[in-house]
Ligand binder design. Structure first.
Ligand SMILES: N[C@@H](CCC(=O)N[C@@H](CS)C(=O)NCC(=O)O)C(=O)O
Length: 255
């Protein structure tokens, strides 16, 4: 079996795929795309992933796209070690978490990430270049153009932070009985949201879960796993590239 992962070090969606491959003990080659140079929008990459986003996993020449699909594909292909419960009802609960994470925290974390970091890459562009770059994104055109070259508004930042808080609340309720991971054993549900938490920690948002003992226990256990340490090689964190300028000023939104 040959696996090639097209991805970007700092991309949270890519981190989900890397953690899953490493948990499964699979060897894989990594092709790193520079998302600010627009590698993901080049025709040769869009032939693999017409959505123009990372990650894509090419398994023996056949592309599989979308991070959660890649995780479930790997789980079916290589069932051991298990990253999903056995009983259909428990698998359904795992997927409920995954869909919630895809709908709520995954889009929410993009707002502070773009404002703090990604925006600076577009400020050197002319208006025409910026609009053309936005137009060329098959999946993220509206989100990108809404950000504009000045970034998301304080209101949008507040909404995004409250969606992240809702996620923390939900998880705390599930972890309240003392379990370490969302379904008891470590699973795709945990991997699905972990990169969002690693990003929150990276951009100064750890105070959001300071008063949540279940989530704190979960985060410390999940982020300390060998697969996660390996997946988060140097360059995976925004602070490693951009320094302290990537901290959210929480008081400004909740002061
Ligand atoms: N649903 C997709 C979303 C992938 C996605 O949004 N990837 C981001 C990085 S985390 C990306 O490639 N962004 C580049 C762009 O927007 O042009 C998945 O989970 O794989």
């Amino acid at each position: 079996m040959e696996f090639v992962l097209y991805n970007a070090p700092q991309s949270t969606c890519s981190q989900k795929a890397r953690i899953t491959l490493l948990e499964k003990g699979l060897d894989y080659g990594e092709k790193k795309l520079d998302l600010f140079r627009g590698d993901q929008l080049k025709p040769e990459y869009k032939a693999i992933n017409p959505n123009g986003v990372v990650p894509s996993l090419v398994h023996d020449g056949e592309p599989v796209i979308d991070s959660s699909v890649i995780m479930e594909y790997l789980e079916e292909l290589v069932p051991s070690p298990r990253l999903a419960p056995e009983a259909p009802i428990d698998r359904a609960h795992m997927r409920e978490w995954m869909r919630f994470f895809e709908e709520v925290p995954t889009p929410a974390i993009r707002v502070p990430s773009y404002n703090l970091v990604f925006l600076r890459h577009f400020q050197g562009m002319t208006e025409e270049e910026f609009l053309a770059f936005g137009e060329s994104k098959p999946l993220r055109k509206d989100f990108f153009l809404k950000m504009g070259r000045t970034g998301y508004s304080d209101d949008e930042m507040r909404q995004s932070l409250s969606r992240l808080k809702l996620t923390i609340d939900r998880m705390e309720t599930a972890l309240d009985d003392g379990r370490t991971y969302l379904l008891g054993d470590f699973s795709l549900a945990d991997i699905c949201v972990l990169p969002t938490f690693l990003r929150m920690q990276d951009i100064g948002l750890r105070p959001l879960w300071a008063d949540f003992p279940g989530v704190t226990r979960w985060y410390d256990a999940a982020s300390g796993r060998p697969s996660v340490r390996e997946a988060m090689y140097h360059g995976s964190l925004l602070s490693e590239k951009y320094g302290e300028s990537v901290d959210v000023e929480l008081d400004r939104y909740f002061g």
